[in-house]
Design a protein around this ligand. Structure first.
Ligand SMILES: [Zn+2]
Ligand SMILES: [Zn+2]
Length: 236
């Protein structure tokens, strides 16, 4: 079982959590604790993790999906909680994000190609959006669980890259940003058609997915579309 807990996003209880436009998801696999994206600032990452009861010191590693500020801001918090932690960083960001990571006592590792940093856990090569983006793929007996920061390259391109590695293995779940907040309706409809081809058992739109996309996805996939807010854990 894979557990994913949303630490940073815009949606949740404002009395309890620091809500921000950004993304950070805590992933628990059989063997490891991994952080997918770091949110836009240290405050939201640190305070929400504490409220939820997640100990960032337990992390085995973290990955930054792409260079947008809403996904990298918690570097400082990680420097405090988990010095020397390995952070997988986007292609071509060693001189920018890599430098900040080193200055915070953490260890940057640039993603150049497919990686398999932990059992079951894979990271895609750079996929061009812009910017370069990486996706986290967890290979489970039920199928693949794909984590997305923003999905700037779009659904089809993203899925095609994953197919290069995993062939026609079923995509069991898609979780994260779909970046369709300001997309044209026709583009959203296109994505829905692609989504139907993928036909995941679960889709968990977060961050910048946009309400129109979520309602259209729900109309074709029904209760396979699951809403998860800050502080919630979904077991996949
Ligand atoms: Zn982005
Ligand atoms: Zn986005």
């Amino acid at each position: 079982m894979i557990n994913a807990t949303v630490i940073v996003d815009r949606y949740g209880d404002p009395e309890k959590y620091v809500l921000r436009r950004g993304l950070a998801v805590f992933i628990e696999t059989k063997d490891n604790y991994i952080l997918f994206d770091l949110g836009p600032d240290s405050e939201s990452l640190q305070r929400n993790a504490e409220k939820i009861g997640i100990d960032l010191e337990l992390l085995d590693g973290a990955i930054i999906s792409h260079t947008h500020s809403s996904h990298i801001g918690g570097i400082n918090a990680l420097g405090w909680s988990s010095p020397f932690l390995k952070i997988l960083i986007p292609f071509d960001s060693m001189k920018s994000i890599g430098r900040i990571i080193k200055n915070n006592g953490l260890v940057p590792i640039e993603i150049l190609d497919w990686l398999n940093p932990w059992p079951q856990v894979y990271v895609t090569p750079p996929v061009y959006g812009p910017p370069w983006e990486h996706f986290l793929v967890i290979n489970t007996p039920r199928g693949l669980i794909v984590f997305s920061g923003c999905m700037h390259p779009g659904l089809r391109k993203t899925i095609n890259v994953i197919k290069e590695k995993f062939g026609d293995k079923k995509i069991y779940a898609l979780i994260g940003g779909f970046h369709l907040e300001n997309a044209l309706e026709s583009y959203i409809e296109n994505t829905i058609r692609e989504l139907l081809k993928v036909n995941p058992e679960k889709i968990i739109p977060l961050h910048c997915s946009g309400s129109l996309f979520i309602s259209r996805a729900r109309s074709v996939l029904g209760n396979k579309v699951v809403e998860v807010k800050v502080g919630n854990t979904i077991s996949l």
